[in-house]
Design a protein around this ligand. Structure first.
Ligand code: HEM
Length: 475
């Protein structure tokens, strides 16, 4: 009897494994091919984990298969969509048919926070947190941002004429700022460094998995000892920050309306709320809010270091403003155009990914449940049909009359995503970037070090694989 039961269980397990690993992917693949969508299967040997290899595969596939094609890696079937109108439909009208993509779902540290959850759980958190980062609320943080950026940049004078990796300096600044603005805690330099180094190592380990067909069969969420170590360190630090805030929240006379306070109050007040609401979202805000902004700063410094005429123009504009404040920020028009162009050429989040949860139709193509969808933002931002023959060139002037006039199809510009899940921190990110670059331009000129190796690398964000060494000269 016992043996028979074990055999039934084993047969069911084998059947389930077969269905999940072979039958389901082949059905998804068939759903693509019968609608005329071409594509390819990445063999284990092809599934390269290096920046150049990945962009080569992507470029080659776009040339061969056009604006919609499938890629199969292990048991995961993904549809790559580049057509701006289909992307718009996917992210806006049909948004509720999709959850976040595989990579984000695998990142345990984001838990069920606002970045990774879906459905009503996501909507609840989005409503709670969204307005914390509106311009109206950020006005109260302007001085914090200004002071941090100014002090940070002024400290670099000791580094003038030396080669400095400005990417690391920006990461340190942006971790500190997001902790202060979202959690109300100013953190020590060594903690900021620990957070961005651990986070980077954590993302890299997950990236290797997502590029590997092996893990597609065994599950991306399965954690190795090394991943658990990074996660443990990050979570311990984040829990300590939350604990500190919780202890002082009730004793504070005036409410500051910070994201963390709203989360703590919600967790204390509402029954049935997600028990890890505070930790998941604090991790999310720190992680989503530092590397992206640091990358925007880094790539802008790179572009200004390789286009010295634009660096000079931006500097004269900055020098025309004696003391920067909320009111005269709008005078930084050239800097604004430079930032849009930087976001176009080097979008800090270069891929937006989704998983189809309910069958739906996009541009007459039926997207079946279970299909992963990949939107390669960086490729869309360089599409010659939309941006013109000079799409690979750095020309901030294309944004002189705003985003809508910069290209043929404005919905092709997606640095902060689109639709209901658009970035909640975009105003904050642009504010931090403008203030920091204003102080940098006023204090220094810079060139890219001859030792710099250009290798934009995709993890969750687009970062310079070998850092961004520059040579600063005090003005
Ligand atoms: C230059 C800097 C930034 C860029 C390029 C950027 C980019 C993006 C993009 C493309 C998305 C949409 C992802 C998707 O649809 O799957 C997103 C979502 C998000 N971003 Fe940002 N981001 C930046 C800065 C920030 C900052 C400073 C914060 C912190 C407040 C933040 C918090 C978030 C959150 C919480 C979401 C998820 C929103 C949701 O799903 O409802 N981001 N970001």
């Amino acid at each position: 009897m016992m043996v028979a039961m074990m055999m039934v269980v084993a047969a069911a397990a084998v059947g389930w494994g077969w269905w999940l690993s072979f039958w389901k992917p082949s059905q998804l693949l068939y759903a693509c091919t019968r609608q005329g969508i071409c594509g390819f299967t990445l063999s284990p040997l092809q599934s390269v984990d290096c920046a150049e290899g990945r962009s080569w595969i992507l470029l080659n596939s776009i040339q061969r298969h056009g604006k919609m094609f499938y890629v199969k890696l292990g048991k995961v079937v993904s549809l790559v969509v580049l057509d701006p109108l289909s992307v718009q439909q996917l992210l806006t009208q049909n948004a509720d048919c999709y959850a976040k993509g595989l990579f984000v779902r695998a990142l345990g540290i984001l838990g069920n926070g606002v970045f990774s959850s879906s459905g009503s759980e996501w909507m609840d958190q989005r409503q709670l947190l969204g307005h914390c980062f509106f311009m109206r609320e950020l006005k109260d943080h302007f001085e914090t941002i200004q002071e941090a950026a100014k002090n940070h940049v002024e400290c670099w004078s000791a580094l003038a004429t030396e080669v400095v990796d400005v990417h690391k300096l920006f990461l340190e600044l942006t971790v500190g700022l997001i902790c202060e603005i979202a959690i109300g805690e100013s953190i020590e330099k060594k903690i900021a460094i620990m957070i961005f180094e651990r986070f980077n190592s954590y993302l890299n380990k997950y990236r290797q998995r997502v590029c590997s067909p092996f893990y597609s069969f065994f599950g991306y969420r399965w954690k190795s000892q090394y991943i658990m170590e990074d996660e443990k360190h990050l979570l311990t630090t984040i829990k300590e920050l939350v604990c500190k805030r919780e202890q002082t929240l009730n004793s504070r006379s005036s409410k500051e309306g910070l994201a963390i306070d709203l989360l703590i109050e919600r967790a204390q007040g509402k029954e049935n709320s997600n028990p890890s609401l505070v930790i998941d979202n604090t991790s999310t805000l720190i992680l989503a809010g530092h590397e992206t902004t640091a990358n925007l700063l880094t790539w802008t410094v790179y572009l200004l270091g390789t286009h010295l005429n634009w660096q000079e123009e931006a500097r004269s504009e900055a020098q025309g403003i004696i003391e920067l404040d909320m009111k005269n920020m709008s005078q930084l028009k050239i800097l604004g155009m430079i930032l849009w162009e930087s976001l176009r050429l080097y979008p800090p989040q270069p891929i937006i990914a989704r998983r189809c949860m309910r069958e739906n139709t996009v541009s007459d193509i039926i997207i079946p449940k279970g299909l992963e969808v990949i939107i390669p933002v960086s490729a869309m931002h360089r599409n010659k049909d939309v941006w013109g023959q000079d799409s690979e060139e750095f020309k901030p002037g294309r944004f002189a009359n705003g985003i809508n006039k910069a290209c043929k199809v404005p919905s092709s510009f997606l640095p902060f995503g689109s639709g209901p899940r658009t970035c909640i921190g975009q105003t904050l990110a642009l504010l931090e970037a403008k203030v920091t670059l204003y102080h940098m331009l006023k204090n220094y000129s810079w060139e890219i070090s001859p030792g710099y190796q250009h290798c934009p690398d995709v993890t969750l964000t687009l970062q310079p694989l070998f850092g961004m060494p520059i040579i600063l000269v005090r003005q």
